[in-house]
Design a protein around this ligand. Sequence first.
Ligand SMILES: Cc1cc2nc3c(=O)[nH]c(=O)nc-3n(C[C@H](O)[C@H](O)[C@H](O)COP(=O)(O)OP(=O)(O)OC[C@H]3O[C@@H](n4cnc5c(N)ncnc54)[C@H](O)[C@@H]3O)c2cc1C
Length: 219
Amino acid sequence: MPEETFHAVQADASVAGASVTGASEAGASAINASVAGVSVPDASVDVVVVGGGPVGMLLAVELALRGIRPVVLERLSTPSGESKAGTLHARTAQTLNRRGLLDAVGRSSYGSVRFHFSGMFELDLGTVAGEGPTLVGSPQARAEQVFTDRATELGAEIRRGHEVAGLAQDAGRVTLTVDGPAGPYELTARYVVGADGARSAVRRLAGIPFTGTGPASRP
Ligand SMILES: Cc1cc2nc3c(=O)[nH]c(=O)nc-3n(C[C@H](O)[C@H](O)[C@H](O)COP(=O)(O)OP(=O)(O)OC[C@H]3O[C@@H](n4cnc5c(N)ncnc54)[C@H](O)[C@@H]3O)c2cc1C
């Protein structure tokens, strides 16, 4: 991580290969565009990840593997247990396999598998499975727990019941206003990553433009 810059960025599952892979690919590399890079003298935390869903937790794993001890702020005090996603595609499976997490997240299918993606049906996903399984049946809540356990094991600090309500950037750092269980507090960091879902508060607060169609369903 460069000494002299910070960025407020957004990890966007749709950019990260959302579909079936949104959760897993973002952690490795697919953080959305940076907003600002300015000089950083000092800050209390290197990286704060806002949002402890699958994207945020897997990103925490990746950061910890690179020797950075991120703080993850998750507004829910306990995981919802809900699984929007249930299937991971080949590229995600490959990525998780390389991290030793594949077997833990679900059951793999190999070879020619007909499935759908983005409204396209009867796709043979076997044609893109260059390494490892074609498809993995994996309830999102389970994958999220696996990533959380691994991030914790590697030293990431997970703060549950902490909701980000404000974000300000100055020449030296990003300052977050957080509503925690003991009341509001401020946390400064060199980098802040928004992994806080489709209605991302970080995206809004950092002024990151959103050009797609927002979610229409419940929050
Ligand atoms: C019906 C449906 C089916 C799907 N099926 C699949 C599938 O089969 N395979 C697949 O890969 N994907 C699927 N997806 C997409 C997948 O669910 C998303 O890509 C995934 O949830 C994105 O993960 P995320 O961590 O970015 O966001 P989320 O899962 O939305 O997590 C964001 C987290 O941020 C927290 N948060 C929000 N705001 C704040 C804040 N201000 N401060 C602190 N924390 C905050 C939230 O509490 C939440 O825990 C499906 C989605 C839907 C709706």
